[in-house]
Design a protein around this ligand. Structure first.
Ligand code: HEM
Length: 181
């Protein structure tokens, strides 16, 4: 994952628990970089998983909850850094439909080394969207958090059902999103 993902996580944890706690997280999770993250540099995914594993014990919260919380926090920061100038922002649904083929595609064009998840879409009707998520990282709770973050941005109430999950052995996660603008 890019250094940006780690620096934003560090900022969130420091905001919640302070710098000494973040130093403890880095020390105890034994990450190779020793927490010296730089935006634009790639770090092993294992570092993220080791940090989240330590946070699970220290905060007594399930990993999925921590990653989801992080996704909510991450969304407005990613949105601000978006490399795409002309996005269709007239509704949350239109925005979500652009993640795979417009936003992540542009992220990949700018930085070809980056690994990004794949999304396929099913459109069941007004104010609903199904997103099928596939990634070797199985970070479906991050997707959920980012979608909740998008809901806040668009002032839209969001409900997400997640009936099929890669963590249960499926080859994709099915995120059924209901949006009430
Ligand atoms: C609701 C909206 C979004 C969803 C659901 C989403 C989903 C994800 C997920 C799940 C990941 C983690 C990688 C993985 O699963 O393999 C990711 C990574 C990433 N996304 Fe998105 N994303 C969203 C919006 C955005 C936006 C607005 C940007 C703007 C630039 C963005 C740029 C990135 C970048 C830079 C990474 C990190 C890749 C890396 O360092 O390895 N995403 N996204």
């Amino acid at each position: 994952m890019q250094g940006l993902i780690y620096t934003i996580l560090a900022d969130m944890v420091i905001d919640m628990k302070g710098i000494p706690f973040w130093n403890e997280v880095i020390r105890e999770s034994n990450v190779a970089s020793k927490g010296a993250y730089t935006t634009g540099v790639q770090y092993d995914d294992e570092e993220l998983f080791a940090i989240v594993e330590y946070l699970e014990k220290a905060l007594e919260l399930p990993q999925a909850e921590i990653i989801k919380l992080y996704g909510v926090h991450l969304f407005p920061i990613l949105l601000e850094k978006m490399p795409v100038g002309s996005l269709e922002m007239s509704s949350m649904k239109r925005f979500l439909l652009q993640i795979d083929e417009v936003i992540h595609k542009e992220v990949k064009r700018v930085n070809p080394d980056v690994y990004l998840p794949e999304f396929q879409y099913i459109d069941p009707g007004k104010d609903e969207l199904v997103m099928l998520y596939r990634s070797k990282r199985k970070l479906c709770p991050l997707s959920e958090g980012l979608i909740i973050g998008a809901g806040k941005h668009f002032n839209t109430e969001v409900t997400i059902n997640h009936p099929i999950c890669m963590h249960d052995g499926a080859d994709h996660c099915r995120l059924e999103i209901i949006m009430v603008p």
